[in-house]
Write a protein that binds this ligand. Structure first.
Ligand code: HEM
Length: 415
């Protein structure tokens, strides 16, 4: 394939698309904008430098290839002290699993372990109990009129699940959830200075909280994952302070990775369910469609719309020359609507063959995917089994973000 040296899609054109993407309207429905991006080719130039990748095949290829790297600590340092990459929150994130490259990544990922079937079954009991309680409160509120699904259920179930698993006191859950909302901006595509400052402050508070948690577990070990990680790291790392720090980065990242993403999956899934009576009836009449409904939600509107990587070497991607160290943004939300991958991509169809990159791919494939799926399945089964058909009262408002989707409200009522 020839190399494009003067891309037909210039940075000015993509700047105009991105300014639309950053409006409330664009965030409520980014898909027409993604369609324009897709129509311009598999790759295009980002307004701020770097490259946008929109085709499913190329996003998949980049995620699976060892030639593409995470923006790690050394890369962030090279960007210079005045840049967002050297904000204190970004430097802190550079020590967490998803910002490591091999061989560091291999070592830390191995130490993190996985959710095996037995662990998922154990956590499933917590999720079932929490879901029952949350649906009780939703049902009670619905008897009086409309109810906000986000505050009653969508934001609560992930923190109850991960909080219980990590052994975090429930009194601390609301604060941790708020800090997570503030922290995410350092991982956003284009954070403003004030969003970055909020993220820096949240990160500092999270560090203090989780370092204290780790030292408490060292003093009083239990059956929880934090105590297990301390044991694992003590065997890997002779320096106790370094071991504690490694465990802290893992706990921090697990919390950040687990909360908002899962809330967004649960809420988007419920939005797709309540906005269409046919969909509600279809799943209620065929509960065996629950897993497929969730996979299609993850394709149709995934919680994470953008995943970024750095070129390990000079290369050509989609006909475009990319230099070593340059960043590519995998526009996963757009790639999921790529007509070359999915027929009639804008149609929500749980019966289609599932294929999505919502949990990434390759060596960074999401460690928590079984847990997120478990929560979504238990909740969806509970909704259709326990409640009469619900309807959407008004369109939800989206948080002002491009990469990490978040519904601020989801107002529902009995149909
Ligand atoms: C619907 C919910 C979730 C979504 C959409 C999601 C999405 C993702 C994505 C896209 C990545 C990869 C980022 C990259 O490639 O740079 C990732 C990594 C990760 N996720 Fe999730 N996640 C979800 C839930 C969870 C949960 C519940 C946990 C923990 C219990 C979790 C833990 C992790 C961890 C530890 C990684 C880092 C893996 C690595 O870099 O090796 N995630 N997730």
């Amino acid at each position: 394939m020839g190399v494009i040296t003067t891309p037909s899609f210039d940075r000015r054109a993509s700047a105009s698309l991105f300014s639309r993407l950053r409006t409330a309207r664009g965030q409520a429905d980014p898909f027409p904008i993604y369609e324009e991006l897709l129509s311009r080719g598999d790759v295009s130039l980002a307004p701020w430098g770097g490259t946008l990748v929109t085709s499913f095949a190329l996003c998949d290829q980049v995620l699976r290839s060892r030639d593409w790297l995470e923006p790690d600590k050394r890369w962030r340092e090279r960007q210079g002290s005045g840049t967002r990459w050297n904000a204190s929150s970004s430097r802190e994130m550079s020590n967490t699993l998803a910002a490591l490259n091999p061989p560091d990544h291999t070592r830390v990922r191995r130490a993190a372990g996985t959710f095996d079937r037995a662990a998922v079954e154990r956590i499933g009991q917590t999720v079932t109990r929490a879901t029952d309680q949350l649906l009780d409160s939703l049902a009670e509120r619905l008897r009086e009129g409309e109810a906000d699904f986000v505050s009653l259920v969508g934001d609560e179930l992930p923190v109850a699940t991960i909080g219980d698993w990590l052994g975090i006191p429930s009194a601390d859950w609301p604060r941790l959830r708020q800090l997570t909302h503030d922290q995410v901006f350092t991982q956003e595509l284009l954070p403003s200075a004030s969003q970055l400052a909020g993220s820096d402050a949240a990160t500092a508070e999270l560090r203090a909280y989780f370092m204290a948690l780790v030292s408490d577990r060292r003093a009083h070990p239990g059956e929880d994952p934090v105590s297990r990680w301390i044991e694992t790291w003590d065997a890997l790392e002779p320096d106790r302070d370094a071991a504690d720090e490694a465990v802290y980065f893992l706990v921090l990242f697990v919390l950040l990775a687990a909360l908002e993403t899962t809330s967004t999956l649960l809420t988007t899934m419920t939005l797709l369910l309540v906005e269409s009576p046919e969909r509600w009836d279809m799943v209620a009449d065929h509960p065996d469609l629950v897993p497929a409904f969730i996979e299609e939600t993850l394709r149709y509107d995934p919680p994470t719309h953008v995943i970024s990587r750095i070129a390990g070497e000079d290369c050509v991607l989609g006909g475009l020359e990319i230099r070593k160290d340059e960043m590519v943004h995998l526009m996963v939300g757009a790639a999921h609507r790529d007509p070359a991958k999915h027929v009639d991509p804008h149609r929500f169809d749980p019966l289609r063959k599932p294929a999505h990159l919502a949990f990434s791919g390759g060596i960074h494939y999401c460690l928590g995917a079984p847990l997120a799926r478990l929560e979504a399945q238990i909740l969806l089964r509970g909704l259709i089994r326990r409640l009469p058909r619900l309807t959407l009262v008004r369109r939800p408002t989206m948080a002002p973000r491009v990469a990490f989707r978040r519904l601020l409200n989801l107002d529902v009522a009995v149909a």
